[in-house]
Write a new protein. Sequence first.
Length: 136
Amino acid sequence: MKLLLIFLLGSALVFTACKKDGAAAVLQEPVPTGTKLSMGSFTSNTHTTTGMVKVIDSAGQRYLVFQNFSTDNGPALRVWLSKNTGVADYINLGNLKAASGNFYYPLASTHNTGVYTHVLVWCEAFSVLFGHAVLQ
């Protein structure tokens, strides 16, 4: 019984700890327009995560564009490009700009979205995958 209580408290900590202050609540930045190269819909993992993500080419510059995005807020939320939903091989694009809204990240020419096909919203503080999208 005591072990079960410890397990339940530990599980509650992992699932609620990432709901502390972190990214801005809502961000509505004007997003780049151009040719859509790939896109995906967010799928929830440990936290409800919804919206679309697109790779856009605008005059030779590529952007990762989040549209109608929403997730729970949390500390140390990062945006990673990965080969899968694991954390062994990824490219850190930086802090999640907002828990909801429309925003974007510029992509370097070395960010190969043909290989790094998964966009992860990762809580670095607690090693928790909030949600992910697969670029197709």
